[in-house]
Ligand binder design. Sequence first.
Ligand SMILES: Nc1nc2c(ncn2[C@@H]2O[C@H](COP(=O)(O)OP(=O)(O)OP(=O)(O)O)[C@@H](O)[C@H]2O)c(=O)[nH]1
Ligand SMILES: [Mg+2]
Length: 457
Amino acid sequence: MAQDSLGTGLRGILRKIGGSSYIDHETIKDVSREIQRILLKADVNVKLTLELARTLERRASEEKPPPGMLEQDYLVRIIFEELLKILGEESKIEVKPQVIMLVGLYGQGKTTAAGKLAKFFTRKGMSVGLIAADVHRVAAYHQLEQLAKQLNVSFFGSEKEKDPVKIARNGLKELSQIQVRIVDTSGRDSLDQELIKEIRDLKTATSPDEVLYVLDATMGQQAGKQALSLNEAAGITGVIISKMDGTGKGGGALSAVAAIKQPVYFIGTGEHMEDMEIFNPKRFLSRLMGLGDLESLMQFAQEANVSEEEAEKTMTKLLSGKFNLKDMYEIWEKFAQPGIMKKLVDAMPVSRMPMGAKLDSTTLDSAEEKLKVYRVILDSMTYNELEEPDVINASRISRISTGSGRSEADVRSLLREYKSMKKNMKQMQGNRGLKKMLKAQFRGGDFGLENLTSDQE
Ligand SMILES: Nc1nc2c(ncn2[C@@H]2O[C@H](COP(=O)(O)OP(=O)(O)OP(=O)(O)O)[C@@H](O)[C@H]2O)c(=O)[nH]1
Ligand SMILES: [Mg+2]
């Protein structure tokens, strides 16, 4: 994996921090030096590395951990937060009718990404069209046409036309009934004026909603500079990092992302059309750092930065029992740390547990594992199915199962769980203690578990 050396290095540091009996100036300096070494080795840009090290040292010497948190854990948390800044905020591509233009250098994975995106949007129930505006490589037209056929989506291209702008324009017109239209463009060995002009013209002609920069994870230090030039020419709105499964170091791509300050929407993890994941910076980083169990660092949740209003809204929806699969997905994402669900249930006196509630602790222990499976399944549902789960019948279950690569039993189990969660939550209405705790959780506040029990009616 591209991120292997980076991950190994970071995990080494974490072990070292965990093994130290106290954190003093010397330890902080040590950790900072080690992190710099690892980042530079992984091709992260020098300036970025130095900035991170400086902030890290300053924060680690000035800030005090919150009550109850070990200073070792707090140092890990600072490292996590500062690395997260490089990766940027989580931002998902919108599922809506739109024009997407793909840009990037030669061989970075644009055409493959076009196919993967087509599959992604098809799964969401949208119609998709691929437009071949790469006129420089002879095989480009056939490569995209082949992908369109394989994915059963619309295609537009012309083998004779040599003007990419004309092709793109005609393509958009021809496919005007198609909801998501993806324009594949050509790459070059390096950024030359010709490519910059072509991209600029294509952008003007197609007025895309998204300009996605496809960037190979194995790119080294030069990635940042190229990203900036392309950004200037095309106004990049999001990034797809391809070949995360490759042998590169990943740092070049991360530096490029930090430089253009645009979100990474997806990462490509293989040559096949299903080898693409939605990028979630927190999850990515905690995996990279080996923070499988975030419970000890639970206060991470504070970073969620959920507003009072949003907390109230989520909670009300949850307890109203009137939520759909889309809401459940969101709620699960917020509860993704396994410890939280467990505390929630432990805090409920047995007498308050609704009849037939399935939220026992054994179920919860495997919650994270299950969550992973469910996420894949939910990603294979159409928008309509997420909004109105009742429409999901046997034939849809079969399609979702094929699309997600999970068994029909898994899909059914998810639907059962959704129904039972909906029912349970409805029965929990009026439980003020629970309400208070959920709200605290969503706002990242203190759990105050003792108070909770006495607060119940
Ligand atoms: N392992 C792996 N290979 C990938 C990934 N994405 C693309 N590739 C491979 O990289 C090569 C180039 O991919 P393309 O999609 O043709 O790249 P492109 O940017 O369209 O290339 P040009 O059109 O020539 O500029 C192909 O062999 C792809 O199969 C990925 O995420 N992982
Ligand atoms: Mg291509």
